[in-house]
Ligand binder design. Structure first.
Ligand code: ARG
Length: 570
């Protein structure tokens, strides 16, 4: 799409000597008070250069640029040139771009094909995929889509928690109380039961903890029986995870989890040793990060077993070698802030100059209405149950409301699952929130169903009018009717969509997109209520339908970036 700010800079550059187009563009402001125009150019900086008072310079420039078709009005007020964009010009640029680019509207090649890794979801094997994991999964998926949209080559990695001392516990528990049939019938819930029982019984009988530790050491050394059990837990868990990813429409390029790095650990330890970073402490090995206010990082335990942090270091080194990433992004809960600070610092101390390209994107905690979740105590809400319940409840609402759809089941899935995803992406990611059924499935207000419904409403207007945008040319058609008060508010929001996408990606903050499409949906609904779209006057009707088409397309593009479907009927 044509970029108005850059075009203004080019227009100004012809009248301003001594400054480059880029410099001028940097000085252009967007006034808070709309009485000062849509764009303003301050002339203070030119005074010295031109040896003239700023207000005189502003007057000269204003006079010089008045003729451009981009402007409805140009004023000079004190040292400022205030520019008012011609509404129809903006409508033409915006609608023209949406019609031409369709589902690519908002795309750019900002990334120039550079590789970005987004690591997200990363649940733990043999443990429930619970509501706490949805945040990383849904936010990470959207960050992937954003970076893909702006021209990066994105690799999606699921760093499965498929290794570590908890598997010693799991195997021990299974050996004491397990039943193969139970596990096969209902793997994760059964395994969770063993895990909960282990922690209860280990409180009274610490010998169980010793047994679990020994079992894990055996696993680390490749003992056959332990390895087979572990592999079985892993494949049963993956089956469940895949089901959930399928429901969410999420895929990964790699499932290289923690276990993948177990044979890469010795090299890392050697490197740390060669760099003089490892310190022996009561049989364990640590890196002292006290000088950086980050405490001590435990690298191997006294029994020699490797740790979570060591696997993260090995994984980052492997990823740099394998993908030569421009950025390596981790979408992981803010509870792990210290963990990431520690090992990013260790990479830096190892002389990895690319440590600065590793980014932790944290997010806040999900809690239940009656307290926080705890896997150990078995207090969890399974993600799959949440999604199924959302679909079920949505189907009820659809039938009750007599929603217009050809396929209740399909619409209920798109809307119910979309509602859960949308709510995850509605607030700034760092905010903690409490999971509540009432909120997730509230179909009024700033929710997924509201935005999807708006999309379907626009689709229905276009359908009823049998409107085909291809039969019109936005470059030459009369768009005055897309410039009425509420119509023009909508045009302005649509124009900003590509900027919003870049902003969201730069901040790793999908909620920027979420909020923007809520704004667009609200603006479209206002336009729909304020104006009659299907009017006898053909010129007016076509301009309004064109705007409706553009609004529908941009809402769909925004929902797509969140990983949410945009139903045609609802
Ligand atoms: N498996 C971990 C958990 O569920 C998250 C892994 C985060 N990623 C990482 N590279 N450390 O808590």
């Amino acid at each position: 799409m044509r970029n108005i700010k850059s075009e203004i800079a080019a227009i100004l550059a012809e009248k301003v000597e001594g400054l480059s187009v880029a410099e001028i563009e940097g000085f252009i402001e967007i006034p808070v008070d709309k009485n000062n125009g849509d764009y303003a150019f301050p002339c203070f900086r030119l005074a010295k250069l031109l040896r003239k008072a700023p207000p005189l310079i502003a007057a000269d420039i204003a006079e010089g640029i008045r003729g451009s078709e981009l402007f409805a009005k140009v004023e000079n007020v004190n040292a400022y040139v205030n520019m008012f964009i011609d509404k129809e010009a903006l409508a033409r640029i915006t609608i023209g771009a949406v019609v031409a680019e369709k589902d690519r509207f908002g795309r750019s090649n900002t990334g120039g094909g550079k590789t970005v890794i987004v690591e997200f979801s990363s649940p733990n094997i043999a443990k429930p995929f619970h509501i706490g994991h949805i945040r990383s999964t849904v936010i990470g998926n959207s960050i992937y889509k954003l970076y893909d949209f702006i021209g990066y080559n994105v690799v999606r990695i699921n760093h499965l928690g498929d290794y570590g001392t908890q598997f010693g516990k799991m195997i021990t528990a299974y050996r004491h109380w397990g039943s193969k049939e139970d596990v096969e019938r209902e793997p994760i819930k059964t395994l969770l039961g063993y895990y909960v029982r282990f922690h209860k019984e280990a409180e009274a009988d610490p010998a169980l903890d010793d047994e679990a530790r020994e079992t894990f050491t055996k696993l680390e050394h490749g003992a056959q029986e332990e390895t087979e059990l572990w592999q079985w837990f892993r494949s049963e868990s993956l089956k469940e995870f895949s089901r959930v990813y399928g429901m969410l429409g999420i895929e990964f390029d790699s499932y290289a989890g923690e276990s993948f790095y177990s044979n890469k650990m010795p090299a890392v330890l050697q490197e740390l040793k060669d760099d003089g970073l490892l310190i022996e402490s009561q049989g364990a090995q640590i890196v002292d990060l006290e000088p950086y206010g980050l405490g001590a990082a435990l690298i191997t335990k006294s029994d020699g077993s490797s740790l979570y942090i060591t696997r993260d270091i090995a994984a980052a080194i492997y990823r740099k070698q394998t993908y030569d990433f421009h950025k390596n992004i981790y979408v992981v809960a803010s509870q792990q802030n210290l963990h990431f600070q520690q090992w990013f610092k260790i990479l830096e101390l190892m002389g990895k100059t690319w440590a600065k390209d590793c980014v932790h994107v944290p997010f806040g905690l999900v809690s239940l209405e009656d307290g926080t979740m705890s896997t150990r105590e078995g207090r969890v809400v399974f993600l799959e149950d949440v999604l199924n319940k959302a679909v079920e409840k949505t189907a009820e609402i659809i039938l009750e409301k007599g929603v217009n759809t050809d396929n209740v089941e399909e619409t209920a899935r798109a809307v119910g699952i979309g509602a859960v995803m949308f709510q995850e992406l509605s607030n700034g990611r760092i905010k903690d929130y409490t999971f509540s059924w009432d909120k997730v499935l509230n179909f009024d207000g700033e929710t997924g169903p509201y935005v999807q419904y708006t999309h379907a409403r626009a689709a229905s207007v276009l359908r009823n009018a049998q409107f085909d945008p291809a039969s019109f040319d936005p470059a030459s058609m009369d768009l005055a009717a897309a410039c009425g008060e509420s119509a023009y508010e909508l045009v302005k929001l649509l124009y900003r969509f590509p900027e919003v996408v870049l902003d969201a990606a730069g901040k790793y903050e999908p909620s920027v997109v979420t909020r923007h499409i809520v704004d667009i949906a609200q603006a479209f609904n206002k336009f729909y209520h304020d104006e009659h779209i299907i009017v006898p006057d053909e010129t007016e009707k076509n301009a309004k339908l064109m705007l409706t088409y553009a609004a529908k397309q941009v809402i769909a593009n925004g929902l797509g970036l969140l990983g949410i479907k945009a139903p045609e009927k609802m």
